[in-house]
Design a protein around this ligand. Structure first.
Ligand code: HEC
Ligand code: HEC
Length: 295
């Protein structure tokens, strides 16, 4: 703290303590000398009179006790300027102590979990439960508290994967994050009409009602433009996170408008890396939880 702030805090803290003590002191006897003790005083409000009495003793003593408590507290703990207090307590030290306690308590458990392969660990209810709590803290804001995702955020409970559902792949997704990147292809497919035709072709892949003539017109463009990422059969490519287009499960919505938007403008969709935020052991448990949801 700078000297200015130290003075500011010290003056307010000590000023209020001594101010309270002073107020108590001057009020220790009956307030007014002209009127006898316990007699009504001259003023009256709405028929209510005040008697000439000192403050009740119990009330005065409560105040004395709080003042003494404050002085002892200021002697023991840091509260004034750069004075550290007789106990040498710091909030940083307390936090450090709690971290070490938690480490001693949970460390061995986390180590045991970390040594168990994810597919096996997913049978262990306690491990999955711990993983689910980590998920609520770190992942639910995007994937939802039930991990079912939402618009742009994949559902992690089904067996439909952008990048793959093998234990190591899930660990990689969490540790390094993912960026799904599809370029906008409006011009390449031939403008608005091309986009509309291509959207009909896309919904035909999952067997939905579609305009067969329009879809047919887009078939060869699909082969030249989309196959690289989404595959000839439309089942996607987990190496680049290109979704399966044949399962009628949609990351960005399945309405014709949504699909046309995707083809026209493309998208960059990012899952942030968590490797620098969470320990390996925690990521192991998170991956166990995610894995358990679909297995
Ligand atoms: C800021 C939002 C956000 C947070 C926080 C987040 N994710 Fe994601 N996650 C995404 C997005 C978006 C994607 C899809 C990326 C893409 O489209 O390529 C994704 C993808 C994934 C995938 C790949 C899914 C697949 O189908 O292959 C997994 C697994 C995953 N997240 C797990 C987690 C876990 C576990 C956490 C918590 C540690 C987490 N995510 C936190 C946004 C988030
Ligand atoms: C460079 C690779 C690449 C090419 C080329 C590509 N896509 Fe994609 N596509 C992706 C990726 C990656 C995503 C997922 C984006 C995300 O993570 O949000 C995607 C998403 C989509 C979606 C949304 C799927 C959903 O579940 O919501 C549709 C529809 C789609 N692509 C259609 C096409 C069509 C049609 C073409 C060809 C005109 C095409 N894509 C070309 C990579 C590609």
């Amino acid at each position: 703290m700078t000297t200015g702030w130290t003075i500011w805090v010290d003056v307010i803290v000590l000023g209020s303590l001594f101010g309270c003590a002073w107020l108590l002191w001057i009020n220790r006897t009956a307030p007014v000398e002209r009127v006898g003790k316990g007699e009504p005083m001259e003023h009256e409000y709405d028929g209510i009179q005040e008697l000439n009495n000192p403050l009740p003793a119990w009330w005065t003593w409560l105040f004395v006790i709080t003042i003494v408590f404050a002085l002892i507290y200021l002697a023991l703990y840091p509260g004034l300027g750069s004075y550290q207090g007789m106990l040498g307590w710091t909030s940083h030290g307390q936090h450090q102590g709690e971290v070490e306690e938690a480490q001693a308590l949970y460390g061995p458990l986390f180590d045991k979990y970390a040594a168990t392969p994810i597919a096996t660990l997913a049978q262990d209810e306690d491990a999955v439960e711990t993983g689910s709590r980590l998920f609520l803290n770190h992942c639910s804001q995007c994937h939802g508290s039930d991990a079912r995702g939402g618009d742009g955020y994949p559902n992690l409970t089904d067996d439909d994967w952008l990048y793959g559902g093998a234990p190591e792949t899930i660990v990689t997704s969490i540790t390094n994050g993912r960026i799904g990147n599809m370029p906008g292809l409006a011009a390449a497919v031939g403008g608005d009409e091309g986009v509309a035709n291509m959207a009909q072709y896309v919904i035909s892949l999952s067997g939905r009602d579609h305009d067969a003539a329009k879809a047919q017109q887009a078939a060869s463009t699909y082969t030249t433009l989309c196959v690289v990422c989404h595959g000839a059969d439309g089942k996607g490519n987990q190496a680049v996170g290109a979704p399966n287009l044949t399962d009628d499960i949609w990351l960005h919505g399945g309405r014709i408008d949504d699909i046309e938007y995707q083809i026209r403008t493309g998208r960059i969709n990012q899952m942030p890396a968590h490797g620098n935020l969470l320990s390996k052991e925690k990521i192991h448990l998170l991956a166990t939880y995610v894995y358990s949801l679909s297995h």
